[in-house]
Structures are given as C-alpha cells and as structure tokens.
Ligand binder design. Sequence first.
Ligand code: CTP
Length: 485
Amino acid sequence: MPTGQKYTVDPARLDGVVSEPLFAAVAAEAAKQNVPAFAIGGYVRDRLIGRPCKDIDFVVEGDGMAFAEAVAQRLDAGPVHVFKNFGTAMFMLRDLQVEFVGARKESYNRNSRKPEVAPGTIKDDQERRDFTINALAISLNTGSLGALVDPFGGILHLDQGLLRTPLDPDITFSDDPLRMLRAVRFATQLGFTIDPVTFEAIQRNAKRLEIISAERIHTELNKIILAPRPSVGFILLRESGLMAEFFPEFLELAGAEEKFGIGHKDNFYHTLQVLDNVCAKSEDLWLRWAAVLHDIAKPVTKRFVPGIGWTFHGHEDKGARMVPKIFRRLKLPLDEQMKFVQKLVALHLRPIALTKEEVTDSAVRRLLFDAGDDIDALMILCRADITSKNEKKKDRYLRNYELVMQKLKDVEEKDRVRNFQPPITGEDIMRAFNIPPCKLIGDIKTVIKDAILDGVIQNDRAQAWQLMLEEGRKLGLEASGHPEP
Ligand code: CTP
C-alpha cells in the first residue's frame, strides 16, 4: 500500500559532513579519547533525504555525558544539560539541539526512565531503535570517518520508502508500544509504506498502546494531523487497530447504512476529505482539529425519517459538546484552543445553511457576530466541507459559498459587527434608569443587540441610547434624566 513517497535518497548529501565544525569536533574528541562515536537516528535519515532537521543525536561507545562536555568545550558551546536518569547530555549549537548518549544494549526510548541500561556497541544500540531508517549512523572514527554504518538495510529501505523494524517487530514494539504510532506518523509525514510484517505486528500488538500516556499519543497524533495529507495516517490508524485504542468516536464515523434503498455518505471518508481540504489551505493545528471533529456527532444523532431519509439533526451542537470529553481524554489543551475547536464545530453548518433562503444582511450580521475573529477559519472549514460527488449540487453550494463570502465582506465593511462590542453597557442602563443590577438590564441589552443585528438600528451609540429609553419606558422604568454621556 504505497502512500506516495515524497523524498529521494542521495548518499552524496553526506559528502563533506565530517569537515563541518560539529562533526569535526566530535571526530577529534573520539580520536583523542579513543572512544568510537557516531551521528545517528533522525538527523542521518533526514540529511539523506534532504529534509530539514533541528536536532542531532550522537552515540558514543562510552560515557556520553563526559563526551558531551568535551565537545561543547571544543565548540565554545554550552551550557551542557545532563539528564542522569536517561544517561544523556544536551547542548544547543545556535538553533541546533545536540544530544549525546552512551551506546546501550537496551531499547532506545527517551521517555523510559531506565538508569540501569547496560553499555553496548553501536550495533547493540542500532538494533534497539524503532525503524531501520532511524538506525542509520555515520562513523566519526579514524579509519572509517564519514562512512555510513547500516547493518539493517536502512538506506535501502529509505530508498524504497519502507518502514521496517531492525529486530522482530514484536520485540521492537514491546520495548516501546508508542513506536506503532510512530510507524503511522512516519508513513504519513514521509509518504512511506509500512512493511507488511511490521504492519501485521502492529495489528497484533495494538492493544499494548494502553500503557502509553495520553501526552505521548497526542504528540504523535498531532504530527499526523500536521502532515500535508493526514487522511493517509487516519486510514492506517483504523486499519492497524490503533485508532480503537484512543479515538473510538472517530471509528464510529465509518460505514454507510442503507434503508429502503436510501443510503448516506460514509462519514469517515467524508471527514478525511474535509481534513485534507483544510490542510491544503491552512497549517493551523486547531483548525485541522475542527475538521477532524466537525461531524463527530453524526453517528449519535443519526435517524432515518420515513419520507425524508437520513438526518443528523443537531449534530453540530452535540459535536461541540463532545469536544471537551475527547480533548480531556487525549490530554489536549482545554483552554482557548479547545474553545476555538468547539466554536467551529458548533457553527460549521451556518454559512451554507444561511444560503438555503435568501442571504439577508441580518443573517450575515448574526454569523459575523457569532464567529467574531474566527470567521475566516470557519469559512475555510465550510468551503472544505463541500465534498458532494453530485456535480450540480456541488456547483450550487460553491456558488452559495461565494455569495456568502461577498456578503460577509460587504456587511462587515458597512456594520463592523465582527467583534461586536455593545454600544450601551449595563452601567449605562443602571445610570439611565437609576436601578440596581437586575435581570431587566440583560433584557434591554439583548433587545439592543438584536436590533443592531437585524438592521433595525445602526451599530451606533446615539441610536442605541434612544432604543434603550424606549425599551425602558415599555418596561415601566422611569428615566433618571441622566443625559447620554
Ligand atoms: N527512537 C526509538 N524509539 C522511540 C523514539 C525514538 O528508537 N520510541 C530513536 C530513533 O532512532 C529516532 C531517535 O530515537 O530516530 C530520535 O528520536 P526522535 O527525536 O523522537 O525522532 P526522530 O526520528 O528524530 O524524528 P522526529 O524529529 O520527526 O520526531
């Protein structure tokens, strides 16, 4: 199942690497201490395929922490941060994060606290890494300076666009079950294929994801969502059985039921198309999340209504209410970002629904009022949601969309309700009628807001003040005579 490899491997990209200051310093220190040292992992992979990389790992067959200090001194870099529990040391070289670790016989996993790792050789270290393409190393040692150390066919797999574990995948995945999710993430980011033997092992071991923290899971999931075409990853997540472990609501979207010959679209694939469409327009992680979740309540609101067909009535509100539960479980942020996602899910039908009748100024004003500064993001989501296969329908929706866009522009220029601030405050009302805080104040404010949104009065303080006085009179309030300030 090739997914569209985007990179080409070129070993010439390693030419000259050992004359670069960082590598030269590591090589010089390795020679001085007579300790074998290697650049390894993601940096080597990314350099071979010409992908930018902001961190670089070195492995030494010895004490990585002392070695890091010596290299930092040579480069006049530092300070060196030592993580004793992990046996690693790190320093920054401009914006490059440089990390050193002693070669180990046990699994390489940054998140496991295993202070008692047995020292090993470079080969021991390589075989305990996740994928062959991540186990490639460059020798920084006299006699083999600059040579690629590739005992598991990493360069071939990189060229073939293949993700395969160096060891029996059952071992690699039991060392760290998150690696199963990493396989899907790399497949999505790089357009690589997961080797069938490795993929079957993921299917077999998917349940083991239960021991992994929600933070580590969402970090990988977010990387999948931030890839150019996340649909690739979501399909792999479903087929591998991993999705069931952390995102059952999304699985529920799958399938198209039929009754009396009437079907509905498969909302799993529809959502993925919307997500890919959004990704073509925006890099914003949270807008992408809104696409992921926009129809999440369709399965729980689905009804078959005789004479009408399938309905998903209220799925936008129910969906918005489901967002916090999903975010909480995945330990995603529960603040502004979540509220933004909720808001977009709740409003996602509004722009197109608005065109069902004539597009009136007041409906557009209300949409601008409700969406505020998020109107542009909402319109991207809404445009991405037009996925009908029926060309006529699609054309109609697209025309309506353009109409709404134009109206939005016109109304906003005229009425400035995008970030509506009530022209009359509660304080004003209390002063005008000499009354204490009470429910009437909210009622009057609502009448003024509605009048502005409906175009009865303009978004203007003098007109709003007049309306307030009239409303107060109707409610039996007596004006204090306090003039309009
Ligand atoms: N690694 C591993 N198992 C893990 C995590 C990491 O074997 N669960 C190894 C891999 O060799 C990987 C290296 O540690 O290349 C560095 O890990 P990390 O920085 O997380 O990943 P990268 O491969 O560098 O990719 P990215 O920066 O895109 O996350």
